[in-house]
Design a protein around this ligand. Structure first.
Ligand SMILES: Cc1ncc(COP(=O)(O)O)c(C=O)c1O
Length: 394
């Protein structure tokens, strides 16, 4: 039986004993790894050919700190193995470029991260890879989007900013019935709230920049799945070069040790914030899967252990009133990320475009605020929201 999340967060993947008796995994700050003589090179090459490599060769292929992080993330996701990347986008692009070829077709959830959408629409298309985007709430009808040359179904959940969910078991069953692979960007969920592999999904991807790192001090990405699938993606990483450096790997390893503590606190904070907001006269609508009013509440109860740290809400009042509300907030930082210990808020539309027509085309209301709660005390987050709402008599 595998250990519980908190124990895995601290101990999984960690070598014992470590060099010099250190309790932490060292940062191996080197770009290459040397050999003592020709015989050791020949031995290494033989092991590599047999897939039984026991040491590192060159920094673009692997690093000891990186391998420890990979083992920890694999354990947390309940996967055979994991790969670490320089960013979430490096993980996504390398995976798609490795798995798809010219003439293939990809089905993806349209409400996915916008740079993923951009990569699919503006880059994969240039290399003859076709795609069909479907809204998250149309996922039950996904079969209609399949073509004879479809190879991959790429999902993301909870989606940004409306936190829509997908019935993963249904998607996985459909994919396998048609001999396809299915992958999910599980950044917003984290393995604490959802382990997609246990629901039949083949590949789990993360922007480890967010909850896995948890401290807003690094960029990294990860892919988790079966060894045989990941070995092709590992080769792709070695060629495309989106590898994470040893310093980032160390910071991520350190952040991961508190993953379970942080995410559980963020789940609790977000639930309380969502419940508070839905009672406020100045708030038009709250989007949080932990609220019965969310369209995917039942799915959340079935699939998620917690509903995550992001709460989105629409205020009564337009663009300027929403900007004034955001400016009155004292506790959160204003910025475009989520998942760290600090609360971060943003008027979502502003980060899309300053052109109102483009914002409308993106389906985003000017009054929408995305609030990514940190690990502060919920009472302080709520008191701050209260003063910001009352200050503007919203
Ligand atoms: C859901 C999701 N996936 C992927 C990414 C990309 O990750 P990164 O910024 O680490 O490249 C982001 C970034 O915001 C994201 O929110």
């Amino acid at each position: 039986m595998s250990e519980h999340f908190s124990t895995q967060s601290v101990h999984a993947g960690e070598q014992r004993p470590k060099p010099y008796g250190a309790i932490t995994t060292p940062i191996v700050q080197t770009s290459t790894y040397t050999f003592t003589d020709t015989a050791s090179i020949v031995e290494f090459m033989q092991q590599k050919a047999a897939g039984q490599q026991h040491r590192d060769e060159y920094g673009r292929y692997s690093n000891p700190t990186q391998r420890t992080v990979e083992a920890k993330i694999a354990a947390l996701e309940g996967g055979e193995t994991a790969l670490l990347f320089a960013s979430g986008m490096a993980a996504i692009t390398t995976t798609m470029l490795t798995l798809l070829s010219s003439g293939d077709h990809l089905v993806f959830i349209q409400d996915c991260y916008r740079r993923t959408r951009e990569f699919v629409g503006s880059y994969l298309s240039r290399w003859g890879i076709e795609s069909t985007g479907i809204p998250a709430d149309q996922a039950p009808n996904l079969e209609q989007a399949l073509r004879p040359h479809t190879r991959l179904i790429f999902c993301e959940m909870p989606t940004n900013p409306y936190l829509r969910l997908i019935d993963l078991e249904q998607v996985a069953a459909l994919a396998h019935q048609h001999g396809l692979l299915c992958a999910i960007d599980s950044t917003f969920a984290t393995p604490i709230n959802l382990q997609p592999l246990a629901h039949g999904i083949d590949l789990v991807l993360h922007s480890a920049t967010k909850y896995l790192g948890g401290h807003n001090d690094l960029l990294a990405g990860a892919v988790v799945g079966r060894r045989q699938l990941l070995s092709a993606i590992e080769k792709g990483r070695g060629v495309l070069g989106g590898v994470a450096g040893p310093q980032e790997a160390y910071l991520l390893l350190r952040g991961l040790k508190t993953l379970d503590l942080r995410v559980r606190r963020q789940n609790e904070n977000a639930q309380r914030v969502a419940e508070f907001l839905q009672e406020q006269a100045g708030v038009e609508r709250v989007y949080y899967p932990g609220l019965p009013s969310h369209p995917d509440h039942e799915l959340a109860r079935r699939l998620l252990r917690g509903c995550g740290g992001v709460v989105s809400f629409e205020l009564r009042g337009g663009h300027e009133a929403t900007s004034r509300f955001v400016d009155r907030l004292r506790l959160p930082y204003l910025g475009p990320t989520l998942g760290g210990v600090e609360s971060i808020a943003q008027q979502q539309a502003l980060f899309i475009s300053l052109d109102p027509a483009e914002r409308r085309a993106a389906g985003l209301s000017d009054s929408l605020v995305r609030y990514a709660v940190g690990i502060e005390d919920a009472a302080d987050i709520i008191a701050d929201l209260e003063q910001a709402l009352e200050g503007g008599k919203l």
